[in-house]
Write a protein that binds this ligand. Structure first.
Ligand code: SF4
Length: 528
């Protein structure tokens, strides 16, 4: 359909901007790996790349790995860019660099879809998801690649059904350079948490692909060399529970057929803990991590933000239930809520101690456009657009009290002793509940063994010898080595090192305290 009647050949340069550093970007872990340079391949931009006419050459550059060069821009006829709000400056910078070569630049993705007015310098604004706006953009570029006289706004009215989505062009990305692979089954979420822009951007009625599409995508990822963890970037994996239950048996079959070549991860609401039939199948499909937006342990706060579904089971019980199926809970936490009190920080630290969740992305409340929170704060005249602040929210508590509390919490929660104690608990109480899987052919390959040895060498040298918390590390490492748990040693240390180093930077002010929770879905939503 998209290529009907299109004969012209256009060379398209797809550029993904650098992330702003955050708890969820893990860049402090990269130097310990064998060459990882970025978190996850951008699902949306690779989807667009696959959707372009088959005879159009496409070049993909992720600036988290390398910057687009003069040669890239000279090669291209037009440039496509996509990203989140926190990548705004970087996207505008890419636009200016492309304009220096007189190239037309189109921007799509979640940020421009919510705030087209933030991007006056771009030639084409693609607002909304893959659909008729995308077809129109392709048709215009096919006719003429020169920069239009004025900005052109293209807005998707008719979305392409997800069942017609092509397989993202994974082959364009160097998958080995990413910490995680990505895949997407559904889009949208039925809930309406006050701070979240997903329902407004992608709808409350989750749209889904077919299980056959997902299996074909997994096969393609495998062909492209992906053998590590693959993250379902769905806004809420159980947003449509029936769809999740339909998919899971196919995942189980695929894992059996391929020898459990990939570990799986996803985002889901904590009430998944009430669904043993889903958890059991997830365990069999070798899911090892679920990101749950716990947000706060305070029931009043959950009620106020319309996240009552987090209280369908007591939070700690929910975390333990998920762990009993061998899955680690990673949690998002927000500070600076209207319900926060001076003692909120202490309550949060007590929750972290008790839940023993190793990885929590703790962030200050930030109002995103297109959210009920934004609308309310606007009505209350509590949006502050001073960009030197750590949040655009006028908190009810004094600003300095909130910032001090945030810094105190992360400085304590991410002390090396505490981080490694929580990872020890994870290895002993969660990982042991995982499905026992045979070693896949890929994991037994020399390439994989060599990779593991390189990472171990880096960990032992950079953390065990040069690191300033090496004593804590070795206490943890010896226990793992005695149990023959190399995987626990490697994966825990990679994550722990990032959390410790990032928290130190944030506490010392070298890192903005308000890096809006880089909820992994937002990097990946398909609104290109
Ligand atoms: S925060 Fe999660 S559960 Fe709430 S609306 Fe957004 S995606 Fe849905």
């Amino acid at each position: 359909m998209r290529a009907e009647g299109i004969e012209a050949v256009r060379r398209i340069l797809c550029v993904f901007p650098r992330y702003t550093s955050a708890f969820g970007t893990f860049e402090h872990a990269y130097p310990l790996t064998d060459g990882v340079g970025a978190l996850m391949p951008p699902q949306g931009l690779l989807l667009i790349a696959a959707y372009l006419p088959k005879h159009w050459p496409v070049r993909f550059v992720d600036e988290n790995i390398r910057a687009a060069t003069r040669e890239d821009f000279e090669w291209a006829d037009a440039v496509l860019v996509s990203g989140m709000h926190i990548q705004r400056r970087q996207m505008i910078d890419i636009c200016h660099r492309a304009h220096a070569f007189n190239l037309a630049v189109a921007i799509g993705g979640p940020s421009v879809s919510a705030c087209p007015e933030h991007y006056p310098s771009f030639d084409y604004l693609h607002v909304g998801e893959l659909g008729d706006a995308t077809d129109e953009l392709i048709a215009r570029l096919a006719r003429d690649t020169s920069r239009p006289a004025g900005q052109v706004l293209l807005e998707t009215v008719e979305r392409l059904p997800m069942t017609e989505f092509p397989i993202p062009a994974y082959e364009l990305a160097e998958l080995k350079k990413y910490l995680l692979g990505t895949i997407q089954y559904s889009s949208g979420c039925p809930y309406q948490c006050e701070f979240c822009d997903i329902p407004a951007l992608y709808g409350r009625n989750p749209r889904i692909k077919t299980p056959q599409q997902i299996i074909a995508e997994l096969d393609r990822l495998r062909e492209c060399g992906m053998t590590d963890t693959v993250y379902f970037v769905d806004d809420n994996f159980i947003g449509n529970r029936k769809a999740a239950l339909d998919l899971l048996p196919h995942l189980v079959e695929w894992q059996k057929r391929t020898g459990y070549v990939m570990r799986l991860a996803c985002e889901a609401t904590l009430n998944v803990a009430k669904r043993p039939e889903i958890l059991q199948k997830m365990r069999e499909a070798y899911f090892i991590t679920i990101f749950c937006g716990i947000e706060t342990p305070d029931p009043d706060a959950l009620k106020a933000m319309h996240k009552d579904h987090n209280m369908m089971v007591p939070i700690l019980e929910g975390v333990r239930t998920i762990s009993s199926y061998g899955m680690e809970v990673v949690s998002g936490i927000i500070m600076g809520l209207d319900t926060d009190k001076p003692e909120t920080g202490d309550a949060l630290l007590a929750f972290i101690e008790e839940s023993k969740i190793p990885m929590l992305t703790i962030n200050l409340l930030q109002a995103l456009p297109k959210t009920p929170l934004w609308d309310r704060l606007e009505r209350e005249n509590r949006l502050n657009h001073d960009e030197s602040r750590d949040s655009n929210v006028e908190f009810l508590l004094p600003y300095d009290t909130v910032i001090d509390s945030y810094r105190r919490c992360i400085s304590i929660a991410y002390q090396p002793e505490k981080v490694f104690a929580r990872y020890e608990h994870l290895c002993e109480n969660t990982n042991v509940n995982r499905l026992k899987v045979p070693a896949s052919p890929e994991s037994r390959s020399w390439a994989n063994i060599k990779r593991g040895l390189i990472i171990l060498r880096n960990i032992f040298w950079k953390v065990g010898v040069l690191g300033d918390y090496r004593k804590v590390f070795w206490r943890f490492a010896w226990r793992r080595l005695r149990r023959g748990d190399l995987e626990g040693l490697i994966s825990s240390t990679l994550m722990a090192h990032h959390l410790i180093m990032f928290a130190r930077a944030a506490v010392s002010g070298r890192q903005n305290a308000s890096n809006y929770s880089l909820r992994l879905r937002e990097a990946q939503v398909p609104a290109e």
